[in-house]
Design a protein around this ligand. Structure first.
Ligand SMILES: [Cu+2]
Length: 260
């Protein structure tokens, strides 16, 4: 009897280990990647800023999508601030498919080199029941200042995979809330009061990131010579990757084209 129970225990343990192993592996991979431990240090990385530049544009091709209308009727205070219909700004394009609000950043090539975060805070504002900016780029361990400029209560709820999750209510007129994130990650942010409110806070351990403007343009400045992997991320279209080699003080132009 005892042997049978022991056997059952072993089988149960094996099933448990098997079913959780891929999940744990995935999580470990994500954490390792985000902490920078798996990125290869470039031989040429001098660790000091130089005048190298990686610049260019992000575009999207394919059939034009129609922006959906946002219904703010659930909160009269929000509705009142928008006399005209509000359209989703998930995808904002300009001439020739120029894509706004893509994040372009160095994903490999810096190795474990560390940078002190800026002393000025990154600001994420809730304004007219939307996030301003929709996509915020900031640094790990930099202060994040959250502001509610609206006459209604918001609930700021970042949903990270690799950082501490928090969920804070901010009534109208309350003081700014200060928070921070310890690790690299692009974090979706939602408001539990207003389901249409969507934003992202992109956290980097280094200063080499940019968010495309209305012309789809980006510029990474003061990049030292080296070999890098550059990624372009967009909330709807995913990630594109390119390799680039920079000599001292060189400028390289890249174009990223998402396909719909
Ligand atoms: Cu809200």
């Amino acid at each position: 009897m005892g042997t049978i129970i022991k056997c059952l225990h072993l089988i149960a343990a094996a099933i448990f280990a098997f079913s959780t192993a891929p999940d744990i592996a995935r999580r470990t991979m994500a954490i390792t990647r985000a902490s920078g431990a798996t990125t290869k240090t470039s031989e040429a990385w001098p660790g000091v800023p130089e005048d190298g530049t990686v610049l260019g544009t992000v575009r999207v091709t394919g059939p034009q999508t129609v922006a959906t209308r946002i219904d703010m009727a659930a909160d009269p205070a929000c509705l009142k601030m928008h006399p005209a219909p509000v359209m989703s700004d998930e995808v904002v394009t300009g001439p020739n498919g120029a894509l706004k609000n893509a994040i372009v950043y160095i994903s490999e090539g810096i190795g474990n080199h560390s940078f002190d975060p800026p002393t000025i805070p990154a600001v994420f504002e809730q304004k007219a029941c939307t996030y301003n900016p929709r996509i915020l780029g900031m640094r790990a361990r930099q202060t994040l200042r959250l502001i509610n400029s609206d006459p209604t209560t918001h609930n700021i709820h970042p949903v990270p995979q690799n950082n501490r999750e928090w969920n804070l209510s901010q009534p109208p007129g309350s003081s700014p809330i200060e928070e921070s994130f310890a690790r690299e990650e692009i974090i979706p942010v939602k408001c539990n009061v207003h389901p249409w409110m969507k934003g992202y806070i992109a956290v980097f351990k280094h200063p080499y990131f940019a968010i495309t403007n209305k012309d789809g343009m980006f510029e990474l400045k003061n990049v030292p010579r080296g070999e890098y992997t550059i990624e372009a991320w967009h909330e709807k279209y995913g990630v594109l990757t390119q390799k680039v080699t920079l000599e001292t003080n060189q400028a390289k132009t890249l174009e990223f084209v998402f396909k719909r």
